[in-house]
Structures are given as structure tokens and as C-alpha cells.
Design a protein around this ligand. Structure first.
Ligand code: PLP
Length: 357
């Protein structure tokens, strides 16, 4: 162990993200990126950006971007906090609302970063087991000091309806209820943003990385009551007062305002998702009903299928951990990408069946 590390750094278990290969030739379906390019309006906005202004620091509050987001979501700009990725916004939320508290509840099968921040920011997380079908039991979320739920959940791809989210918020009045809506634009369920008028303790976090095809730009935001937005600002200003660079603010403003483009891209992805699920189910594979831009599929030997796909230059996500070790998470690519995946899975199955003859 490195002697220079602090005791805390020594004890951390850092998050391990999906592989980001530097060479071409992969069908990359392991980090839920979007296969389509960002809005052309984004490119136009960057083309006319005044680069001489880069000598100045950017607006720490990303006010123009916050107003654009507020307009699209039908809230006020005072309800918006912008950050350098939703991961950053989530990490700031942990520090602002949960550090030093116990009994902050989150599902046991969810985004792998949640427990990492729990350790990093001294949060006593309690993990509520999801049911065997991976659904969340809302009765597990009561009288807590906070709740953290991804909706739709990752990697399961399942979503809770708005009434379930409202029940959780109502049953936990003493803590901040953080709903991570990274994948909401691919879901049939309604966003919790519509509950914000009623609940001061509700914080919705979103990202530009999925439905807006901008994972490389690193932009995320939170929507919540002015009290919660102030809390986020407070910790941001004790860490990095200018989290979003000037060009990112320009690009994200143009992209978020192009609602028609986002709808078009997400509709295409949903169509490909449904086609892929149908084809895999026809091949006898158990695939959960996805509400996200990825699917969660079962395989008795998921690790072998992961390796087989890898050998065929297809990257997907596999976790050798309890409860989900027989599943693979596969992001939705283009129709052509997904046809290759289905063919590969079929070849894998045929080879497995021949082995057992
Ligand atoms: C549930 C969930 N929340 C947040 C993120 C992070 O997104 P960002 O790229 O904005 O950091 C991810 C990324 O995969 C995710 O799956």
C-alpha cells in the first residue's frame, strides 16, 4: 500500500467503471452511452462561440443553462443546480444532505457508485433488498434520514411509477429523497419533477450523458426546492466554485433546448430496445422489461457469455457479485449493433447446447 495515502484513501473501494477502449473496432455497449450524435444545434452553438471569452472564469451558477433547463421542465431557474456530470452533483448531494447520518436507505441492487460515495462521505447507508424479480418494495423506505433511488434503476432497468415515488417521499419527511433520473427519458413513467411543488425534501438528479448524447462533455443537474439548491451550492463553493466550463454551458444550453431532437433520438432507442428484447425472448432468453437505454438479461453462465461477446468485439457489463452474477447489462446501440448482439447470443446458446448433448 502507498505510504503517502491518508488513512481514508487507504480504506476506500473506488468505483470501477466500464472499459473505455482507446482503439476502434468495438461495439461498445458497456456504459449506456448514446449511439446517436448530440443535437446539431449544439454544434451550431459551439461554432459561433466567442473563444476569446475563455480568458474569463465561467458563470459558477451556469445561469443561462439553468434557465434553459427550467423552461423545458416547467420549473423556476432557482430550482436548478448545474454540475460537472450527474456523478458530481450526486457526490455534492451526499456531502450536503447525508454526511454523518445513518439510516439513509438505498436498494441493494443499484448504481455501483452509491456505496462508494457512502464510504467516501461517511454516510451510514442501509441497503433495502430488492425483490427476487428486482422490483423495489416501497414499504422498505420509511422513517429514514434520506433515500437514494435511481429511477429507472440501474442495472435492473426497472422503474417505479410516480405514485410509488410519492409514497416514498411522503413516508420519509425527515430526510432528502434523491431520485436519480439518469434514464427517465427512456421510461414510460412520469418524472418526479412534477412532485417538486409539494415536497421541499425531494431532489431529482439528471444527466446529459444518456438521452442527450453528451457523456463526453460531463454535464448534470439537480432539480429541487431553493433550500436544497442552496445546500448544493454551499458544498460546491467549498470544493470548486466553477464546475462547468464555458463551452460546456453553451453546448448544454443548445442541446437541452432542442427538445424535438432529444425526443426523436430517445424514440429510436426505445424502438431498438423493444425489438432487441423481442428477439432475445424469442431465443429463450429472460430479459427484464426495460425502461432505460439498456437491457438486463439473464444467462446461467453470464461470465462465459460476457467473454464470448468480448471475443467478438462486443463490450457489455458483467458484475461477478451476489444477486446479479447471472445477468448481463447491455446498452442499446443502433439496430445493426443489436442484430449482431442477438446473433452472437444465439451462437453462444447453440454452442452451449451442443456441449450438453
Ligand atoms: C444511475 C446513474 N446515475 C448517474 C450516472 C452518471 O452519469 P454522469 O455521466 O452524468 O456522471 C450513471 C452513469 O452510468 C448512472 O447509471
Amino acid at each position: 500500500m502507498n505510504d503517502f495515502l491518508s488513512e481514508k484513501a487507504k480504506k476506500l473501494t473506488p468505483y470501477v467503471g466500464g472499459l473505455q477502449p482507446r482503439e476502434d473496432g468495438w461495439i461498445k455497449l458497456n456504459t449506456n452511452e448514446n449511439m446517436y450524435p448530440p443535437s446539431p444545434k449544439m454544434t451550431e452553438a459551439l461554432n459561433v462561440a466567442d473563444f476569446s471569452r475563455l480568458r474569463l472564469y465561467p458563470d459558477g451558477d451556469s445561469a443561462i443553462l439553468a434557465s434553459a433547463i427550467a423552461d423545458v421542465l416547467g420549473v423556476k431557474k432557482e430550482n436548478i443546480f448545474c454540475g460537472n456530470s450527474s456523478d458530481e452533483v450526486l457526490a455534492l448531494a451526499y456531502q450536503a444532505f447525508y454526511t454523518g447520518k445513518s439510516n439513509v436507505i438505498s436498494p441493494d441492487v443499484s448504481y455501483g457508485f452509491y456505496p462508494v460515495w457512502g464510504e467516501m462521505y461517511d454516510v451510514g447507508l442501509s441497503f433495502a433488498p430488492v425483490r427476487d424479480d428486482f422490483s423495489i418494495d416501497t414499504d422498505d423506505y420509511k422513517n429514514s434520514n434520506g433515500v437514494i433511488i435511481a429511477n429507472p434503476n440501474a442495472p435492473t432497468s426497472l422503474a417505479l411509477g410516480l405514485s410509488c415515488i410519492e409514497k416514498i417521499v411522503a413516508n420519509n419527511p425527515n430526510g432528502v429523497i434523491l431520485i436519480d433520473e439518469a434514464y427517465i427519458d427512456f421510461a414510460q413513467v412520469e418524472s418526479a419533477v412534477s412532485l417538486l411543488d409539494k415536497y421541499e425534501n425531494l431532489l431529482v438528479v439528471r444527466t446529459f450523458s444518456k438521452s442527450h448524447s453528451m457523456a463526453g462533455l460531463r454535464v448534470g443537474f439537480a432539480v429541487g426546492s431553493p433550500a436544497l439548491i442552496d445546500g448544493l451550492r454551499r458544498v460546491r463553493d467549498a470544493f470548486n466554485t466553477y464546475p462547468l466550463d464555458m463551452l460546456a454551458q453553451i453546448a448544454a444550453t443548445a442541446a437541452f433546448s432542442d427538445v424535438a431532437y432529444t425526443k426523436d433520438v430517445t424514440a429510436k432507442i426505445i424502438k431498438t430496445r423493444e425489438k432487441t428484447i423481442a428477439a432475445l425472448r424469442e431465443a429463450g432468453v429472460n430479459v427484464l422489461d426495460s425502461q432505460a437505454n439498456f437491457i438486463f438479461m439473464e444467462c446461467a453462465d453470464a461470465e462465459a457469455l460476457y467473454k464470448f461477446l468480448y471475443e467478438n468485439k462486443i463490450l457489455v457489463r458483467y458484475w461477478k457479485i451476489p444477486r446479479i452474477k447471472n445477468f448481463l447489462r447491455v446498452s442499446i446501440g443502433t439496430d445493426e449493433n443489436m442484430e449482431v448482439v442477438v446473433q452472437c447470443v444465439n451462437r453462444f446458446w447453440s454452442a452451449e447446447q451442443t456441449k450438453h448433448l
